[in-house]
Write a protein of this length. Sequence first.
Length: 708
Amino acid sequence: MLCAFITILAVMDRKRYIKVVVPLRLDWQPYYLLPDGMDVHRGSRIKVTFAGRPYSGVVWEADCPPPPEETKVRYADDIEALPDITENELKLWQFIADYYLCSIGEVYKIACPAGIVRLDRSAKLAKLRESLDDKLAKADAAREGTKKKAALLEAIENLKTQIALLDDTLPWDPVQTKLSKAQTTALGSLRKAFLEGKPALLDGVTGSGKTEVYITLASEALSQGRNALILVPEIALSGQLEDRLRAYFGPRLYTYHSAQTAVQRSIVTDAVRKKPYVVLGTRSSIFLPHTNLGLVVVDEEHDGAYKQDSSPRYNGRDCAAVLAALHGARFLLGSATPSLETIYNCNAGKYARVSLKEKYFGSGDARVEIIDTTAEYKKNGMVGNFSRKLIAQIGKTLAGGGQVLILRARRAYSTAMQCTACGEIVKCPHCNVPMSYHKDSGKLVCHYCGARKPVEACPSCGGTLQGMGSGTQKIEEEAAALFPQARIARLDGDTAASARQEITDSFAKGELDILIGTQMLVKGFDFPGLQLVAAIGADSLIGLMDFRADEKAVQILSQLQGRAGRRGKAGMLMVQTSRSDHPVYKLLAGLSASEDFESELNAQRQAFGYPPYTRMIDLVLQDSFETRLENLSMLLAGQLRRAGIGTVLGPFPPQVDRIAGRHLRIIRLTMLRNKQLSKSKEKLLALVSGFESFHKWAGHISIDVDPL
Ligand code: ADP
Ligand code: ZN
């Protein structure tokens, strides 16, 4: 009795310490004291002050033993009225921090972006409904065919969509799709893999109907009372995918991406906590407070957009695998051109590989013609950037009412400007790259830092400048001269974001004849009338100083090929290159089998010790003083070599070794894929942090695990 009393007193008197994650790049977690009467657990949201500033933190550890320096610990400020972070979320953060060598605070910062508001759903719904009634009445009264009527109708559609997003009690009729025989077979193989507890790759050509398979699996998850997440590389390019998912899942479908407003994102965040859902989103949707996931799909798994290019440099595809495992969900990767990493996992028996090699609307596979521009020049077969063969094929296609899409991987008019007198190429004052000439603005533009300047005489000798290398603007101009009757548009990074949708929509509707653009055009779109696709200057895609260049070139060109010949019609791909005997083109032309190309690439990777046979980590070092950068990067590379952490390459300058006034060096580490890997990574992180603080050089080194 007395004993129990003493225990209670001791508990009452005990100071309670917690460890809190704050959204900062800290490699340790600050301790706080819990004020009397405040109760928290791991995952609770809490207000704290750190270094004199208020933060919204997350309790990482509740009731921990006192820290070494007890006197310095201050009290937490208050409870934050936000829902808890779930254990699965915390585990995912921990994985990312460990794997990508960043702090948990950095992960927290991107996982829970500030500005997520608490939402009163029913109040918001009532407001929207009121506004809808009002607009409906006004639209009734407005005269037919007027601008006012059109604006009202558009506002009504908009409101209806918003209401549908919020109100999941609305009924909806899923369009019932019947799967083809090939799809059914593929689905069977996928189910078998899932039963064995394996993730799977759906290796399906463009137009084979992978989406329908995703839909079937997602509705299966919903019918089992579980939820689904479908990841896409870029939301802007998945409009058609969204339409099809929307037709099927109605208000159960939520889209999520970083360009949404805080309110839009809050609606999704709120819904996944409480409702049955299918989320279609970009890589950041792995951080939603997911509940009971039954299916995680990564569409276009090979796509580089899954990798975040600032810290934490995580790969959404690979983290999605971890997320799926945490929830015990089925994990499916989809691609027409799977990455070597995924193929490696299939070959190792970790993933099941299921093929879907038949187009849903029958085989209208694009014919391929590789045009050797060097040979054509000699025969006088080129008109500007267009070969006579391509011109003839475009003419034929247009005459038959078909559409043409032309890929040129560089935007601008001229990709560089050279002095006709001294041969100098005009470079950006802040970056070590040539400036491109943009004819519409009449300016020289740096594509790395955005610097602009007027076109003047040669900066060294005053001579006249001349354009070299043609970009999309030049191609557009030449096409307009060659096909004056054609309706032509261009789509690239210079096209205003607001105009992009309109251009792809009008092309899809057949209101344009020729569309010219960069890689942006290659992904995701379904253009029913597209018969001819062409790549001009395809060499810029291959042979870069990048061991993945060939793999990427095949992915881009195959996707381009997949755009044509949809809906059972035969399409055609024409590629203009000066290196027509390159293996990439041989593969496209059907002169070598994809299995052979795959094993060739694999053999090269293995021989040179590249991923997926090894793990690669790039240390990217930057400084505005080149000498200091040189010295410190040499020093660090030396330390890494002595520490015996993997194989050390460099320091070497990257292809562009100065961007926005900052010089860059890379130290590349390759490590064996074995049990020591995570130990080596820990050692690396400790060494780099120690180096940064010893040389007072914090923030100059960024670590890129599995660089792309
Ligand atoms: P992928 O994603 O593999 O490139 P899609 O899913 O876009 O292929 O399918 C190509 C076309 O075939 C689309 O227009 C789609 O609507 C249609 N399609 C695929 N499967 C079915 C099906 N089972 N029933 C009806 N149409 C289908
Ligand atoms: Zn620049």
